[in-house]
Design a protein around this ligand. Sequence first.
Ligand code: 13P
Ligand code: SF4
Length: 299
Amino acid sequence: MTIQEEIQKLRKERNAVILAHNYQVGEVQAIADFTGDSLELARKATNIDAEVVVFCGVYFMAETAAILNPGKTVLIPDPSAGCPMADMINGEQVRELKRQHPGAKVLCYVNSTAEVKAECDCCVTSANALKVAEAFKDHEIIFVPDRHLGSYTSEQMGKQFVLWPGYCPTHARLTAKLVESARAAHPGAPVMVHPECAKPLRDAADQVLSTGGMCRWVKSQDIQEFIVGTETGIMFRLQQENPTKRFYPLDERTICPNMKKISLDNVLNSLREMQTRVVVPEEIAVRAKRAIDAMLAIA
Ligand code: 13P
Ligand code: SF4
């Protein structure tokens, strides 16, 4: 039996569903029941009829699935798959921001710990940040932890936010300079970048999109070639869904080491051993769920 067959056999025996983020390695995406961006995965997690969820992504994403499914078993194949940006702020730092800006609403990128979500008014993802922020336009807005998604949303809205200086180390390696050489190598190919990229790169690009947004935009275009400014795991899905189109990474070294900790081996082991369970203390889960539900109700 191949490892893929073993996984499928155990998945059925355990009544499990396998969810994967767009940055997972191709072979993990290929065995998943559903692959998507953070927003799509959060929505999917509200609507699962299996007993077990194997979450192939980073810890905060599995935590979100656990918060949205209190009665289910959520497993992450490698619990050390964290997100350095999520760890750039903690609950006490959010409380201090609230003390400094009484009356402000705190918007929190889903790339954050449950402890931080529990302190915030509403979550956002890279796919819905503007729509969610618009719902709070009459308030002072504190945006944590990503200063780039925060500044991008604030620019689009034409309103100043209080920003926290967090950032994604993987997207930080992408610079506006790379756009020049990529355009020279692939004339006519549009450049798509993720909103976690810094402003000079966003300004140099043609499209600023979440990973799910990139998948939808590419499908909707007649263009044949695209330059992709985000984690390279997404190239697998883009190529699967658009076999005749060509995709070039803005920088092929744009790899999130944490996303890459999930493998077929540890997915199989996770199902065999029913490990590692993602458990969020109830007091935090209840408050974090409010912020996630508030987001899902808006966009
Ligand atoms: P998406 O919500 O666009 O999938 O992005 C998640 C992420 O971690 C980007 O680095
Ligand atoms: Fe976190 Fe960046 Fe990895 Fe996304 S790509 S999970 S923001 S470290």
